[in-house]
Design a protein around this ligand. Structure first.
Ligand code: HEM
Length: 364
């Protein structure tokens, strides 16, 4: 199956773009997959190598693109409703399409168990934010830049191409939802559907339009730095996040697995991962790695099970005096963890984002 991601303003944003400009700006890339919708997010079998990406400048896709846009209601409205005469009031994403996309994501989760990788996708798009840079999109953050090959190739993003493959049919169906919104919608929905807290999300994130808008490599945290506490503070303080938020957000490792062939961390398989669900393999942080709860904090504290993963950046949460206060609290009290996680996740999802309308869209 041929799956294409479009690096073009008209394809990724419902804003009205002159056709000629859209055509000349068009850059797309594609990759082959035999099993994108049936494989788990974490599927090593579907770990399509980035070398299989092909740069395309093909015109047949352009007609597909514009056909697709015509099928979808335009999210550009005048003050008095749809009107060609009035100046259109544009929003980045269409609320009805956001809601429908959320239902499609729920179906995808049920069939592929891809909750963890969707959470990681949203985090890696947002987590490049640098609060010391004013300009958008240079400041990084939740702007959809992770769809471009150059950023997907960053070492920290190994394997995330599989998340894009899973979301592509949904993006294709809802042209009135930006990539930046889709990534964050998918992540929040995955947390909620795996038993986690309701995240107070807003939408309307504007997409960057080309690979030149991608941040440089190295803004995301490393798992085994020489001084994990200092490293976590360097990286997360740069995003404007606090010690409490570092600990709460790390609790997302209650979901998912680490795979040596992707990040270099974790065992090839354990008794908890050898039969899936989804593609088998990898090492999880928790026994029930598709259930969002506070077991991550209990497990990193106890460290009794060799089949469960504790990265150096996980271990430090229970060692550093400031981090430890929160990690121990969360191990005892799931309600507090859920409350703090939901707030921190929503904040993370907004980092660096440019909203249109500026106040964002709440879809309820
Ligand atoms: C604190 C610094 C962090 C480090 C060093 C880190 C590192 C890692 C590593 C090495 C993996 C394994 C990737 C693989 O081999 O496929 C991973 C997976 C994951 N990370 Fe993190 N992470 C951090 C923070 C976060 C945050 C803040 C979130 C979300 C809010 C998150 C969510 C996840 C999830 C859900 C997975 C599992 C993905 C899967 O199963 O496919 N991580 N992380």
């Amino acid at each position: 199956m041929q799956v294409a991601f479009f690096g073009n303003a008209a394809a990724v944003s419902p804003r009205i773009v002159p056709a000629a400009a859209a055509f000349s700006a068009r850059i797309s890339f594609s990759f082959s997959s035999s099993s994108s919708s049936s494989s788990s997010s974490s599927s090593s079998s579907s770990a399509t190598s980035l070398s299989s990406f092909k740069c395309l400048r093909s015109s047949p896709l352009v007609s597909h693109l514009f056909l697709n846009q015509r099928r979808s209601p335009s999210p550009c409205f005048s003050e008095r409703g749809l009107s060609a005469a009035a100046t259109p009031k544009c929003v980045a994403s269409d609320p009805d399409q956001l809601k429908s996309a959320r239902e499609d994501i729920k179906e995808l989760l049920k069939t592929t168990f891809c909750h963890p990788i969707l959470v990681r996708l949203g985090w890696h798009d947002a987590g490049t934010y640098n609060k010391n840079i004013q300009e958008w999109p240079q400041r990084g953050g939740a702007n959809g830049s992770l769809r471009f090959e150059i950023e997907l190739k960053h070492g920290a993003n190994a394997g995330l191409v599989n998340a894009l493959k899973l979301l592509h049919p949904i993006k294709d169906k809802y042209s009135g939802v930006t990539y930046a919104d889709l990534f964050q919608l998918a992540s929040a929905t995955a947390v909620e559907e795996s038993g986690g807290p309701k995240i107070p999300m807003k939408y309307g994130r504007v997409d960057v339009t080309g690979p030149t808008d991608c941040p440089e490599e190295g803004r995301l945290p490393a798992a085994g730095p020489p001084s994990p506490a200092d490293h976590l503070r360097d990286v997360f303080y740069r995003m404007g996040l606090s010690d409490k938020e570092i600990v709460a957000l790390s609790g997302a490792h209650t979901l998912g697995r680490s795979r040596p062939e992707r990040s270099g961390w974790g065992k090839p398989e354990t008794k908890y991962t050898k039969s899936g669900p989804g593609a088998p393999g990898g090492q999880s942080w928790t026994v029930q790695w598709l259930k969002f709860d506070n077991s991550y904090f209990k497990d990193i504290k106890e460290r009794r099970d060799e089949d469960l993963l504790v990265l150096p950046t996980d271990a430090v949460l229970i060692e550093d005096p400031s981090f430890k206060v929160y990690a121990e609290k969360y191990a005892e009290d799931q309600e507090t963890f859920f409350k703090d996680y939901a707030e921190a996740h929503a904040k993370l999802s907004n980092l660096g984002a440019k909203f249109d309308p500026p106040e964002g869209i709440v879809i309820g």
